[in-house]
Design a protein around this ligand. Sequence first.
Ligand code: 16G
Length: 241
Amino acid sequence: NEYQRQVAARRAPAYQHLRRTLQHAIENGSLTAGQALPGERELARLLALSRVTVRKAIAGLVADGLVIQRQGAGTFVAERIVKSFSALTSFTDDLRARGLDPRSEFLERGSGEVTPEEAMALNLSPGAQVIRYYRLRTANGTALALERTVVPAEVLADPGLVENSLYAAFDKLGVRPVRALQRLRAIAFDAEQARLMRLPEGSPGLFIERRTFLDDGRVAEFTRSFYRGDAYDFVAELHTE
Ligand code: 16G
């Protein structure tokens, strides 16, 4: 009830109280997508809170993906990311184009012999070598996706060649993807994925599987991506036959 809520609110540290207040303001639309939040100093002054408190509250909202911080420009209420479903672009391309700073956090990185499932997906013979990545994809500190990628070692010889972007590594090596097959379906993040994404278990996600081909017909990557369902709009242009 209201009394319990007020008692709980009073007991919570000030930064959590502020974080929740701002979260509600975003959820009920009093703060709208793209809108700038007052600066840290300004907020602290307006609410008679310390700057540390304001900073901690904002950091929480960034981790939740509710706001985005842009270097030198300030903090803004997050807008959904519009992504083409038919363009062969990379995570890094998509976010750089929006002025954000995309990063890869490697959860796993290695190489080994292809599994039967991978051999089917990559058109490889049993015994071939592959490299594998499991990455948390972030933009300006917000986790947006988890991606498992397998690449034939004949395309990318060493797992260390990818710093942040797989497609940037392809580009450097003169590897040119020309087409891809992709499928998408709705999922709910399981407990482990939710922990990595810092989301509640069961949060909605988009599972996208992509096989990318080179012009000589070889498969360059097999990637299974789990994108945040609340952050992305996939768009495509349709034509009559
Ligand atoms: C995108 C691709 C993924 C690709 C990755 C490369 C979708 C649905 N998936 O996330 O298949 O491996 O970009 O990104 O777009 P990177 O060059 O930033 O590593």
